[in-house]
Design a protein around this ligand. Structure first.
Ligand code: HEM
Length: 260
């Protein structure tokens, strides 16, 4: 098993009362649009959802104008031959333009940041699955090649990343038992963020540490847009059941009172 280094970030949507931070989602959307969308797609996210109140809550007219920046292929145009047109709120983000860049719609739920110990899932029970932590850690996980690999005759393909588990790994960085001597592996994605890659109208912080959390939070929202509603329903359920428990306890007492 590959060792990786995943940091436990404090996201505002964590815990039973957590919810998305609208401004953070808007910053993440901007980073996604200006950086990630160059290679990645998001085919399960409809532009209209960007106006959701528990999401980025982009005003309707701005969302409409934003969508129009994207092109979609419409089969109904040109007498059925199909043609490209500007996207409308009802359309979905385009697919990845780079063939080997995975779709990011559900990535925050497709990856786990926390595992074990020994596959028991206890860490996930305590800390959550860690999908957004994984994405944030991956984006800031680029390092100089370790010495074991830098000395190789044919260099490794890709980029060394201490959070990426499933990439190429050279024999030169394994010990005599085949165990990895350095964390992570080599990923095909070049480092996309360095800090100060985007600027925000309200001059929010844009260091690498801030950017990776903002875009990871945004991708958590795309993967689980109903998180806030789910938590609210859960809380309502718990309160309801608590009240019901008290009533049942009192009812039980009254029913059996004559027989005691
Ligand atoms: C893979 C996120 C920008 C190309 C990935 C993965 C994530 C991700 C989460 C999946 C890693 C995994 O499989 O566990 C992002 C984000 C970006 C961004 C949030 C913007 C901040 C880019 C850009 C490019 C790119 C600009 C192209 C230059 C790729 C490729 C892979 C990948 C080729 C596949 C890597 C592999 O499997 O070895 N990205 N990415 N990404 N990304 Fe990005």
């Amino acid at each position: 098993e590959t060792e990786v280094e995943i940091h436990d970030f404090d996201f505002p949507f964590e815990g039973p009362f957590g919810s998305y931070d609208t401004m953070q989602l808007q910053r993440g959307l901007k980073i996604y649009t200006e950086v990630c969308a160059a290679c990645h797609g998001m085919t399960r996210v409809a532009f209209r959802t960007l106006s959701d109140e528990t999401g980025p809550a982009i005003p309707e007219d701005q969302m409409r104008a934003y969508a129009a920046n994207f092109e979609v292929f419409d089969q109904s145009l040109a007498d059925g031959a199909g043609d490209y047109r500007a996207a409308t709120p009802a359309d979905y983000y385009p697919a990845s333009s780079l063939a080997n860049a995975p779709d990011l719609s559900l990535m925050a739920k497709a990856r786990a940041g926390f595992h074990g110990p020994y596959g028991t899932g206890i860490s996930q029970f305590v800390n959550g699955m860690g999908g957004p932590e994984y994405i944030a850690s991956l984006l800031e996980g680029y390092r100089d090649e370790p010495e074991c690999a830098a000395a190789m005759e044919t260099p490794m393909e890709g980029y060394y990343n201490i959070a990426f588990a499933n990439g190429g790994f050279p024999d030169a960085c394994k010990d005599e038992h085949g165990h990895h001597t350095v964390p992570g592996s080599w990923i095909a994605m070049p480092q996309p963020l360095y800090g100060e890659d985007v600027t925000f109208d309200d001059e929010s912080a844009n260091s690498l540490e801030d950017e990776v959390q903002d875009v990871a939070a945004f991708l958590m929202w795309t993967a689980e847009p109903k998180l806030v509603a789910r938590k609210q329903a859960g809380l309502t359920g718990v309160i309801f059941l608590s009240v019901l428990s008290v009533l049942l306890y009192l009812t039980n007492k009254r029913i059996w009172a004559p027989h005691k």
